[in-house]
Design a protein around this ligand. Sequence first.
Ligand SMILES: *Cc1c(COP(=O)(O)O)cnc(C)c1O
Length: 348
Amino acid sequence: MSLVLRVDGNRWRAHLREIAAERPGLVPVIKGNGYGLGRGRLARKSQWLGADVIAVGTYDEIGDVASRCAADIVVLTPWRPWIALDDLDPDRVIHTVGRMEDVEALAASPGRPRVVLERLTSMRRHGLTARGLRAAASHVREHGGVRLEGVSVHLPLGDGGNLAEARELMTDVVAAGLGTTTVWVSHLSAGEVERLATAYPDLTFRPRVGTDLWLGDRGALRVTAQVLDVHPVERGERYGYRGRTLPRTGHLLVVSGGTAHGIGLEAPTGEGSARARVATLARGGLDALGLARSPYTVAGKARYFAEPPHMQSSMLFLPSGVEPPAVGDEVEVRVRFTATTFDGVETI
Ligand SMILES: *Cc1c(COP(=O)(O)O)cnc(C)c1O
């Protein structure tokens, strides 16, 4: 009962090396399900890449990466007063701080925590305003109490359109008089960082990259499910949890992968426009019968779910005229890696 991710090890590692080479100061981001590959594996690969710092999403994610690499660890979710500092290695963990009261609390805590000040961006998720950044900088200058490791800027996903905003934010960073020259950036392309570095030669940029690093070469990753069962179905015959019928003859395929794996959560690929829907109805396609396109490819085509995915398997409809695969055969699946739990990850 397996949904498996197969990694072409040589090709994947070559891609990781390439990204590391074109992104000086790279900070690998390791969070959530480890981009489908697992956080432990990504931590080991960060070590192999020679990363001096990695980023995790939350404090809970520190545990399983810390023992697998020697890098310092930035936590991307901002520190809050309920995060206990006692269990964290003060020389290895770098806190992201986005509110004045948190700057003050950390500065007053024992052991001079390492901090990065986050500047609020057009994302409006976390961070200090320009004025807040200046206030935080002067607090740190006057009272010390923390080790300032830089300023963090988390931009929206922009296809190369983030440079103008980044420039404005750099002006704030310089104006704040922080006494640190490191700027941690997200979602800026290699070219954009290069242009910023040229415009601000005194600053050091640390690009935080997840998706483009780990999942940037999709050809190195292959996801397959197994055919668990095959049943011929006549037009009008009942099947599935809901006892539905179809005015079609064909085969029902039961394949591995269900809601527990995240199957069915990926964005629908069906043609969305009203015109496309009318055309589909006119063709009498399976979507006109209320079926949804599945992420499984069988005999070279994306197939339809015969009904919504079950917890660990899915039922597909294969129209007559298509030779059904055999039980045990593998079929390709298109998944959203960050939302998929694989039964296994194999390196080949
Ligand atoms: C998740 C995250 C990243 C990495 O994003 P990708 O799109 O996967 O590269 C970078 N910075 C911050 C603050 C994040 O939360």
